[in-house]
Ligand binder design. Structure first.
Ligand SMILES: Cc1cc2nc3c(=O)[nH]c(=O)nc-3n(C[C@H](O)[C@H](O)[C@H](O)COP(=O)(O)O)c2cc1C
Length: 356
């Protein structure tokens, strides 16, 4: 592969990305009131655009005021104040020639009732992860099985948050279907034991995603992007393969490929890791069954790893390197030797130490 692909433009629908390198979504838990991130957390995103990231994802935005929130200090985007706080951030990212995308999620059984106004946790089925909540040291509470009303309410939360992002001027929205949160819980038989139209085979477990996308598309203008993030691992019970086989995972990718979405973003712990007992990594397995633009993330930290990751994807995203090295894109371009950051080093993201 030619070594300049990483710094060649990429056409993502109506957006010409200036290179193939982006900022992965990163939760920062910085809000002290009104679900607004701290100013330095917002400035961080602008600085990464200024330093040549072609695409900048926000932290995962919580979709409702009832049961969506999983961590303290998370942000929302449904009130006029919240929209006005994001508007200048989005404008500044765009002025630096980058594309700004708002990621949103509902935590489902990973929610933390104490930080949700309704003090409630909901999920496709009343099952908890095996591990305790690392933030509290306590078991996760048994979630309520979602009723038809809950499903509609949650979908509406995604719609209202997407409207907020459109009003704030974002170039796109991302549906966070990864990491064991609510959407992932519906998709995976590890968490979804429903016997109604939302559980059972893949097509039924996929129905919730389909309804979310169908509800979103009319409120997201055609010139804005919709991306979908997926992973085979969750932040709780990390060792569990959330999809049973390559075939099952690929069926979901095929369903997604029929939707009016513009890209799939695959999150891995290590992009090069072989998946589902095959000799292929997650990007290759995804690419095999979709023509949609593909983003890949996970242990991409220097030029060699970025180029290798692009073998089966169009765009590379980084979390830890983007977080801890403000000059990461320039360093990549120069091919500088760079270290791989450890997860513990990224914990600074959750402190009030401003990042460079
Ligand atoms: C501080 C931090 C916060 C994160 N928050 C989110 C998030 O809000 N949404 C999401 O999809 N992934 C989140 N992730 C996962 C990353 O986007 C990424 O998939 C993962 O860290 C692997 O990439 P890396 O090896 O480049 O760090 C977070 C990661 C870190 C380090």
């Amino acid at each position: 592969m030619s070594s300049d692909i990483l710094f060649s433009p990429f056409q993502l629908k109506n957006h010409t990305l200036k290179n193939r390198v982006g900022v992965a979504p990163m939760t920062r838990m910085s809000s002290v009131r009104d679900s607004l991130p701290r100013q330095d957390v917002l400035d961080f995103l602008v600085r990464r655009a200024e330093n040549n990231a072609a695409i900048v994802y926000t932290e995962a935005i919580v979709t409702d005021y009832e049961s969506a929130q999983g961590y303290p200090g998370q942000a929302r985007m449904t009130t006029q104040r919240q929209i006005e706080a994001w508007q200048p951030v989005v404008r500044a990212i765009q002025q630096h020639g980058s594309v700004a995308i708002m990621q949103m999620f509902h935590c489902g059984r990973m929610a933390w009732p104490e930080v949700n106004p309704a003090n409630r946790s909901i999920a496709p089925s009343p099952l908890t992860p095996r591990q305790v909540n690392p933030l509290t040291g306590e078991p996760y509470p048994v979630p309520d099985e979602m009723s038809r009303f809950d499903i509609d309410h949650v979908i509406n939360g995604f719609v209202e948050t997407a409207k907020g992002a459109v009003a704030a001027g974002f170039d796109g929205i991302e549906i966070h279907g990864a990491h064991g949160y609510l959407i992932n819980q519906f998709l995976s038989s590890y968490c979804n034991r429903r016997t109604d139209g939302y559980g059972g085979n893949v097509a039924k477990r996929y129905r919730f995603v389909h309804e979310i996308i169908q509800a979103l598309r009319p409120v997201v203008p055609e010139d804005r992007l919709i991306t979908f993030r997926i992973s085979n691992w969750g932040v709780a019970d990390m060792e569990v393969s959330l999809y049973e086989s390559k075939e099952e995972y690929q069926q979901i990718i095929r369903h997604l490929s029929r939707e009016p979405i513009d890209a799939i973003s695959v999150s891995t712990y290590d992009f090069s890791q072989k998946a589902f007992g095959t000799e292929q990594n997650m990007a290759r397995i995804t690419r095999e069954v979709t023509g949609l633009p593909l983003m890949i993330c996970g242990r991409i930290y220097d030029r060699a790893s970025a180029e290798k990751a692009l073998a089966d994807a169009d765009i590379v995203l980084s979390a830890k390197s983007m977080l801890l090295n403000p000059n990461w894109v320039a360093d990549l371009k120069e091919g500088k030797p760079m270290k791989e950051y450890a997860s513990e080093e990224a914990n600074i993201a959750y402190t009030d130490t401003p990042l460079p």
